[in-house]
Structure formats: C-alpha cells, structure tokens
Design a protein around this ligand. Structure first.
Ligand SMILES: Cc1ncc(COP(=O)(O)O)c(C=O)c1O
Length: 409
C-alpha cells in the first residue's frame, strides 16, 4: 500500500514521481512541503532561501498574509460562477488593474500562455476590424529567443528547438526578428502587421535587457506604422524590475499588456490582457472566453495583489535591494562569474563553464540552502521574492560566492 505523503521521505517521493508523472521537467532534487515569506522547507524540515520565487509568480513571497487573508475570505463566500453570470468581485479587479497600468480594459484569463494566446487573437481581430487587413493575412512580429509559453501557437514562433521539435504543424502568421534590433523590426513590419509582440526584458533567455531606447523605439515605430505594441510583462511586470512595469523604465505605454504569474499572488493562476478600449473593444460575446477566467476567487486575490502594488512599497524594495544584488554580482565578475545582466531584483548570471554548468551550480546552491534555477547552459537566474531582506540577499550572494569557489581573493 502507498504510504501517506507525510510518512514518505524526499527520496521516496522523488522516486514515486518517476513512473506516474510526465517527464516534462527536470526539477532540482528538493521536495518542498511548507513555505512562508522568502523561505521554503522540505519534507525533512531543511530550510531553503527561495531565490527563484516561482519564476516571479511569488513576487510577494510565499503566503503573504494580506493575500492569504483575501483568499480565505473569498473561499468562505463564493469561488466560481463562470462568466455566464456576473460576480461581485470582478468589476473592482478590472477597475483597479486598469488604473494601476494606465490602460482602459481588462480581459481576465488564468495562465500566462492563455494571456498571450488571447493577446494574439485580439490583435488579429483588431487588424481585421479596425486596421482593415484582408481576412487571414494578419502578421505578428516577434523576437528571436523569446519565451511566451507552451501552447501550439506560441511554440510556432519560438526559436528554441527543444520547445518546438515534434510539435508541428505550426500556426502561420509570425515573423521573427532579432531582439534589440530596431532596423530589423522596421523591415519586418508592413501593412499586414497587426502587432509587435515582445518581452521588455527577455526572462527565460537569461534576463536579456535591451539597449536604452529600444522600447521607446518600438513604441515610436509601431505608432508610426499603425500596428499594436504588445508587451509581455508576465515575468517582468508587477514590481520585479523596480517599477510596476518594465516598460516604465523607458516611459512607454504599450497598446496591449500581458500580465500573469504574480497577479495570482502565488495562490491561484490569474492572468490578464489589459489594453486600450479601441483594442479590447473588438471582442463581442461568444468570440473568446474561459470558464475560470475572472472567477471570484481569482478576482479577490488579484485585487489584493493590485492593492499591494498601489502602495509602491514592492517596487521600491526591488529598486533598493536591486542595488545590493547588482553590486554583489559585480564583485563576483572574474571570480567565477563571466558576466551578468540585472534590473531590480532580477538577474541572469553567466557562470564560468569551467566551474560547472548552471545545473551543477544550482545543485551546489541547493546544498547550501539556496534555491535558484539554471537557464541555457551556464546561466542561472535570480528572482527572489520582493519581500527578501538585505541580510537574506547578502547571505544568498555569500552562498553563490562560496559555491563558485570565489572566496579566497
Ligand atoms: C514572458 C512570459 N510569457 C509567458 C509565460 C507563460 O506563462 P505560463 O507558464 O503561466 O503559461 C512565461 C512563463 O515563464 C513568461 O516568462
């Protein structure tokens, strides 16, 4: 008979997954059982500093008291209605999210990939209904090395062969240009272009930050050429970079904003397409939807997330603590680190391959009680909860220094 989970060790549980769980991930060998704030605890009670924060889904830390309280209060009242009926939480969520982002209308969805899919559909519909692109001719221009999710349409315009191989045939209508290259974008956008879809900072690619002026340039180009600018801020948004949105670093307001991850407070999946009225206004009843999108539990948690961001505290923390992160990483350059890119509390750190792969460094950090995740060979990504303290951050940097063997300068 299978032993109840609480009697099984981490090793037992990892072995038990093997025959019954699809192998689409290669997790670090840590089995998390509890968490609070910046810390998680495994089955055996070992504690780890969470320096990944669920790929930014846990920007406010694990089980933030205000978010847990909002969820509990809503669980006791109403959880799901479907959009067949109105619910009493959705209006406030949409009003406050629109206000926070400086846009007009909200289309609530659940996962990030759904927000991207929805953004693509809305942009195409806008191209036909408003711009006058001939039927089925709309194109969307995207960047190489992008990461926007895992659906068939989204991997259709991925440049990562691992994400694509074996999943064709793919959705047509996408043009791929190099990231951070305005001249290439200028050439690719034509009268069929519905939108340019970009991450303001490419997260999965290794926290790749475009040159100053690129995002403002994309804004100017898309406006001049009469197509939409869709900013995928699913990972970069909601405080991570020291601003509510990463596009704010260049004072850019996109036509369409895609949000996810932290919008659900690390409790429930909540995503949204937020846009100008002229764009989201193209949708009519029956043309798009989701059974769970905008459910009252999601709306209650999402509203509590927006409320936290309205204070500006988390954006400030990311900016201030980001200074510690950046200077700590700068000191490691040449001592195990070959380079890094960082904005706010978000960094992609390239490790000298002679010291280890990103995976090996992540495993060594895990044994030091710090959780991170590698991306692309020898790069590790740091994205701690924005609630992390200066001491916790310094301690994580100390652990990184130790596992890189950079201690004896
Ligand atoms: C920029 C970006 N867009 C979309 C997604 C997809 O989100 P989800 O995994 O919730 O579908 C991600 C996930 O990492 C992301 O980083």
């Amino acid at each position: 008979m299978t032993a109840p989970a609480h009697e099984r060790t981490s090793d037992d549980l990892i072995k038990a997954e093997e025959p019954v769980l699809a192998h689409n991930y290669h997790p670090l060998p840590v089995v998390v059982a509890r968490a609070e704030g910046t810390w998680v605890e495994d089955v055996e009670g070992r504690r780890y500093l969470d320096m990944l924060a669920g790929y930014s889904a846990l920007n406010f830390g694990h089980r933030h008291p205000a978010l847990v309280e909002a969820a509990h209060r809503q669980l006791d009242r109403l959880t799901l209605t479907s959009r067949a009926f109105h619910n009493d939480r959705l209006a406030e969520f949409a009003e406050r999210l629109a206000e926070l982002t400086g846009l007009d209308m909200v289309l609530p969805m659940n996962t990030g990939a759904e927000a991207v899919e929805s953004g693509i559909k809305v942009a195409r519909k806008w191209a036909y209904d408003v711009k006058g692109v001939p039927a089925d001719r709309a194109t969307i221009v995207v960047a190489a090395e992008n990461f926007h999710g895992r659906t068939t349409t989204i991997v259709s315009f991925s440049t990562d062969e691992t994400a694509r191989a074996g999943f064709g045939p793919f959705t047509p209508g996408f043009r791929i240009v190099p990231y951070n290259d305005l001249a290439a974008l200028e050439e690719a956008v034509d009268e069929t272009t519905a939108a340019v879809l970009l991450e303001p900072i490419q997260g999965e690619a290794g926290v790749v930050i475009p040159d100053d002026g690129y995002l403002a340039g994309v804004r100017e180009l898309t406006r001049r050429k009469g197509c939409l600018f869709i900013a995928d801020e699913i990972q970069s948004g909601l405080g991570r970079t020291g601003r509510t949105l990463a596009v704010e670093h260049e004072d850019v307001v996109p036509d369409v904003l895609l949000l996810g991850k932290a919008l659900g407070g690390g409790i429930v999946p909540v995503s949204a397409v937020v846009a100008r009225r002229e764009v989201l206004g193209v949708l009519r009843p029956g043309e798009h939807g989701s059974t769970f999108g905008g459910n009252p539990l999601a709306a209650a948690v999402g509203t509590a997330v927006v409320e936290l961001l309205e204070t500006g505290e988390f954006q400030r923390r990311a900016a201030d603590l980001g200074q510690i992160l950046h200077s700590g990483l700068a000191e490691l350059v040449g001592r195990g680190v070959t380079g890094f890119r960082a904005r706010g509390l978000w960094a992609g750190v390239d490790v000298d391959p002679a010291i280890g792969t990103g995976r090996e460094i992540s495993e060594r950090l895990m044994r030091e009680g710090v959780l991170v995740k590698d991306t692309h060979g020898s790069t590790i990504r740091l994205a701690p909860p924005l609630t992390i303290t200066a001491d916790e951050l310094r301690s994580a940097l100390g652990s990184l220094e130790k596992v890189l063997g950079a201690g004896g300068r």
